[in-house]
Each structure stands twice: as C-alpha cells, then as structure tokens.
Ligand binder design. Structure first.
Ligand code: CMP
Length: 134
C-alpha cells in the first residue's frame, strides 16, 4: 500500500555532512520526499515524539541530543514506505547495522544513529503531526 512515514536526519547526520547522500538513497529507491525542513527540534516536540521512552535510562540523553543541533525533518511517501525506510536505515544500533545501510555506513553508536524513521503507519501519523502540524 502507499504509505507516508516520518524521517528525520538527526543532529549527527547533519553535523557530519550526510544530508545529500541520505536524500539520494531515499530518491534512488523510488520513494517521494513530500515535505522537508531543516531546523531545530524544540523541547516540546522532543518530549512529544519520544514519550514512549520516558523513564528509560537513555531518555534524558536522547532529549538533549535530539535538541542539540539542526535536523532535517521529512515526510516520505510511496509503496511500503515505512518498511522500506527501515530497511534503508538498518538496525537501530549502528554497531549492528549492515554495511550499505544508512546507519551501517554513517554511524557508530546507538545514541547518535544518524536517522529516525517511524516504526508503523500509526506512529508516522502521530510523528508527522508533532513535527509538521495537523
Ligand atoms: P530511534 O528509534 O530513532 O528513537 C529512540 C532512540 O533512542 C533510538 O533511535 C536510539 O538512538 C536511542 N537509544 C539509545 N539507547 C537505546 C536503546 N537501548 N534501545 C533503543 N533505543 C536507544
């Protein structure tokens, strides 16, 4: 089915100069970038987006990291977009991500893992509202 997903090049991905390569990989598989914006994540957006992780040991670090510098916020659409983006991204922990995936090629750790992607169509709808409004 045609789906929409929310993707975000995280502060390390922007800082390390990987915006162009990541966008190229998304376009190369035939997905469409419907919306895109470079900017900071506010504390309110970070807390709304990562509410499910509240109380976990990595939560505070995650919030300060994601608000530490500009990100690229994107709505990506196309056939099977949620799973396709997760395949392009690779495993959450860059140390486990296969070569050829975005995280496998551009990251080293689980905390600074280059890119975010929604884990379901439902999460995508919620995240798109958080970052782009209704
Ligand atoms: P993401 O799935 O985009 O959103 C939650 C983030 O928390 C995740 O990426 C990782 O960058 C970070 N994180 C840090 N430690 C962990 C962990 N043990 N399990 C899952 N996510 C973690």
């Amino acid at each position: 089915a045609i789906e929409k997903t929310y993707n975000m090049i995280k502060p390390d991905g922007v800082r390390n100069g990987h915006i162009g390569e990541i966008i190229s990989r998304i376009e190369r598989v035939g997905l469409t970038i419907e919306r895109m914006e470079l900017g900071m994540v506010t504390l309110e957006e970070a807390e709304a987006n990562y509410g499910e992780h509240k109380g976990k040991p990595f939560y505070e670090g995650l919030i300060s990291y994601i608000t530490s510098g500009p990100v690229v916020k994107m709505v990506v659409s196309g056939e099977n977009a949620v799973a396709t983006m997760r395949k392009l991204m690779g495993a959450t922990n860059c140390a486990d991500a296969a070569p050829g995936t975005i995280r496998g090629d551009f990251g080293l750790t689980v905390d600074e893992n280059v890119i975010h992607g929604s884990d379901s169509v439902e999460s995508a709808e919620r995240e798109i509202k958080v970052f782009f409004g209704a």
